[in-house]
Design a protein around this ligand. Structure first.
Ligand code: PMP
Length: 304
């Protein structure tokens, strides 16, 4: 983790990171029964703003709803969330861009494998916005681990425990000398990376697995689809075969911690002559600008 800042939000207040503790017998620890999101806070001079904060909050609410963590939406509104984020960022006073990781934990000790009605506790911390993958051309390897299907642990809920699946795939990819892993589903179709969504370009059409392909409904995935439509680029959300990646004109990935990052190699096959392609470059530039400057989308929320 790149440089965590000293102040964290825990429960209903700001604490020093050392003081924020979850019990060893909570379901959050025992079962990974927590849901989370990560969003960027951009720092431009003295002005700080969060990107698509309302959408991140909504995904957190929906993750809780899917899992049955019903106490979160009883206690938390978007306005309360915005106030907490603003307080946290102000206390830490970052001078460059940061990521904020907000988690809702089931903070109840040994209730067994159940969830409804359990006490929840929110934690948030801030760390330097360092991308988790190379930004100038990444090399990917298909994982032998399959993506957990939506029917086992819901893909559109960002559940901490499910990330063991991502850890297995990412570690194998790193051990094999690659930057990240491509997850396939049980039928061999492309899902996503360990913590990013994937896109390819063929014949000028931007293609990405649809939201029913056992993927996280990524907020940057949605952003790129909107920006592509604005650029007049044809878009297809559909099932993707692995071999389509091998013959793609361009491949790139999206995510808060991944950015919009070009892929130059998949399973030892060079993509797009090893250079980021033009559609990738256009969307990367548009995405970078969208993070900082609010347009008609209303994606940028000033903090304080
Ligand atoms: N897929 C997975 C499994 C992820 O963990 C992430 C990172 N949150 C993404 C996709 C990208 O999502 P987002 O654009 O919302 O960061």
């Amino acid at each position: 983790m790149a440089n965590p800042y000293p102040c964290v939000y825990f429960g209903d207040r700001i604490l020093h990171a050392d003081e924020a503790k979850l019990g060893v017998a909570t379901s959050a620890i025992l079962y990974g029964l927590s849901v989370y999101t990560v969003f960027p806070v951009l720092v431009d001079g003295g002005i700080r703003s969060a990107f698509r904060l309302r959408d991140h909050f909504r995904r957190l609410v929906e993750s809780c709803q899917i899992i049955g963590m019903d106490r979160f939406s009883a206690d938390w509104t978007y306005e309360r969330f915005l106030t907490a984020v603003t307080q946290l960022v102000t206390e830490n006073d970052p001078v460059s861009d940061v990521f904020v990781r907000a988690t809702v934990h089931v903070d109840e000790s040994i209730p067994g494998t159940r969830v409804r009605g359990c006490t929840v506790r929110v934690s948030m911390f801030v760390y330097d916005a360092v991308p988790i993958v190379p930004q100038d051309g990444m090399r990917l390897k298909t994982s032998q681990w399959r993506r957990i299907p939506d029917a086992a642990i819901p893909s559109r809920a960002k559940v901490n425990g499910a990330y063991v699946n991502s850890v297995l795939a990412k570690q194998d990819a790193i051990d094999a000398g690659y930057d990240d892993a491509i997850f396939l589903d049980g039928a061999g179709h492309v899902c996503e990376l360990s913590a990013a969504n994937i896109f390819l370009v063929r014949g000028g059409t931007l293609i990405t697995p649809d939201v029913s392909c056992d993927i996280l409904d990524g907020i940057n995935r949605r952003t790129v689809l909107t920006l592509a439509a604005e650029e007049g680029i044809a878009v297809a959300e559909r099932t993707v075969d692995l071999t389509e990646l091998y013959i793609a004109d361009e491949v790139f990935v999206t995510g808060t911690s991944a950015g919009v990052s070009p892929v130059i190699e998949v399973d030892g096959r060079v993509v797009a002559e090893g250079e980021p392609g033009p559609i990738t470059a256009t969307l990367r530039k548009r995405h970078g600008a969208a993070l900082h400057t609010d347009g008609e989308h209303g994606w940028v929320t000033p903090l304080g």
